[in-house]
Design a protein around this ligand. Structure first.
Ligand SMILES: [Fe+2]
Ligand SMILES: [Fe+2]
Length: 125
């Protein structure tokens, strides 16, 4: 893989992650009664989405809706059949019930997402 393609992946992941972190920071600021600081975090979070979307555009991963539905269903399915079951087992083994529970909640919802995407794909054909 060319260096730039690799860097795009890293930058996309970083911007996406930062977006969620800033939203969580904004939530915390609200809890502390710091509404103006919450606003700063929210504004920056919005900008990170713009950056992430711009990187994604260059990465050429957005295809037709039919292809995107297929890709999304496959991604959800991977989380269901391998990622989350493994993560839940490992968290339990390490006594991390908090993480196991968070993984379990996501795991259950991913099934709904996968089925939703598959259903939509079927209806398109
Ligand atoms: Fe950014
Ligand atoms: Fe999902």
């Amino acid at each position: 893989m060319a260096k730039t393609d690799e860097n795009l992946k890293i930058a996309f992941a970083d911007e996406s992650q930062t977006n969620i972190e800033y939203l969580a920071y904004a939530h915390q600021a609200i809890n502390e009664g710091l509404t103006e600081i919450a606003q700063l975090f929210r504004e920056a979070a919005g900008a990170e989405v713009v950056h992430a979307l711009a990187h994604l555009k260059v990465m050429d991963v957005v295809k037709t809706t039919r292809e995107n539905l297929k890709e999304a269903a496959e991604g959800e399915n991977l989380e269901i059949i391998s990622m989350y079951p493994k993560f839940i087992r490992e968290a339990e083994k390490e006594g991390r019930q908090d993480a196991a529970q968070s993984f379990r909640i996501a795991f259950e919802r991913e099934k709904h997402h996968r089925d939703m995407f598959r259903q939509a794909l079927k209806q398109m054909k």
